[in-house]
Design a protein around this ligand. Structure first.
Ligand SMILES: [Zn+2]
Length: 189
């Protein structure tokens, strides 16, 4: 996907400010359209990130077939319903089948899917599918715990709620013991 047209975005933000009852020519707002356009471009860079670039040369041969767990990967995304942030932590587990992922690449993988308009459920599934398919794992499990500003800022008495989603594939789905091992290992301590 091409980079967004910054000039066009700035004009749209300026119109939005007017519609909200603001004066875009007052000092504090003069550079706001430019800042918002740049911020939104960054926050959606996942649309313009290629999977090949993320996992390029990040797979290592490894004979082990014990479970690999990476916990507490920070997630910052935006809900597609309100374009408001949701944020939290992602835990990834998989059972390798000859290859493992470089650990830092898992964080970049999460970012690639999080930095776009998302649903937490879809984000969780997309990450698990890529771990499963690209690493060629025997099984994969992903759990995301996140708080949604669209609930916290607008809702009533929802300020402390956390949404938890999980997606399990392969042996994580087929074997109860494997799934339980994953869930126990990622459980908050
Ligand atoms: Zn929302």
């Amino acid at each position: 996907m091409n980079a967004p047209n910054l000039a066009k975005m700035q004009e749209l933000v300026r119109q939005l400010l007017v519609e909200l009852g603001e004066d875009p020519t007052r000092e504090g707002l003069l550079k706001t359209p430019e800042r918002v356009a740049k911020a939104l471009t960054f926050l959606t860079h996942g649309y313009r990130t290629r999977l090949d670039d993320v996992i390029n040369q990040a797979l290592f041969t490894q004979e082990t077939s014990s479970m690999v767990i990476v916990k507490d990967i920070e997630v910052y995304s935006m809900c597609e319903h309100h374009m408001l942030p949701f944020f939290g932590r992602c835990h990834i587990g998989y059972i390798p089948d000859g290859r493992v992922f470089g650990v830092s690449k898992l964080a970049r993988l999460v970012d690639m899917f999080a930095r776009r308009l998302q649903l937490q459920e879809r984000l969780t599934e997309e990450i698990s599918r890529v771990v499963m398919e690209e690493v060629g794992a025997k099984g994969a499990g992903v759990m995301i715990e996140a708080r949604h500003l669209c609930m916290m800022m607008r809702g009533v008495e929802k300020q402390n709620s956390t949404m938890v989603t999980s997606s399990v594939l392969g042996v994580f789905r087929e074997h109860l013991a494997t799934r339980e091992e994953f869930l126990t290992l990622v459980k908050r301590t």
